[in-house]
Design a protein around this ligand. Sequence first.
Ligand code: GTP
Ligand code: MG
Length: 136
Amino acid sequence: PEETLVLVKPDGVQRNLVGEIIARIERKGYTIVDLKMVTATRGMLEKHYEEHEGKPFFEPLVEFMGSGPVVAIRLGGDRVIEGFRALAGKTDPTVAAPGTIRGDLGRDWGAGVQKNLVHGSDSTLSAERELAIWFG
Ligand code: GTP
Ligand code: MG
């Protein structure tokens, strides 16, 4: 079946929300195929976020994502790419819908939308590319 890369970002790990976030994913019915905790290198993050290179938030984003461990998950299920992004909610946690991970658990902590708890691949191409970075 389809697979996607989910990351619980450093803010989610720091706030002890790993269990809560994984519980939501499991209750939805998706399959955790592989999972690990990892502190990303700068090289991994530059690759992961290459589409955002040159944007004003790129540098702070790479710094934030390397500031502590993340939980990387290879998640499987039919239409899981679209389905996880629906579970996660809009990028900006301030306005993400209640019922979503970002909407229920996130807010603005002073750096705009940066600390939004989770990442999910946005297409089959991104998923393949990102899974290779995080899981080889
Ligand atoms: P991801 O699943 O993490 O990729 O989120 P997304 O697809 O909803 O957002 P996008 O790919 O556009 O941006 C990647 C990440 O960069 C976001 O999740 C935020 O953490 C951060 N980000 C995006 N836009 C901004 C911005 O305008 N300012 C800041 N500081 N961070 C941003
Ligand atoms: Mg994205």
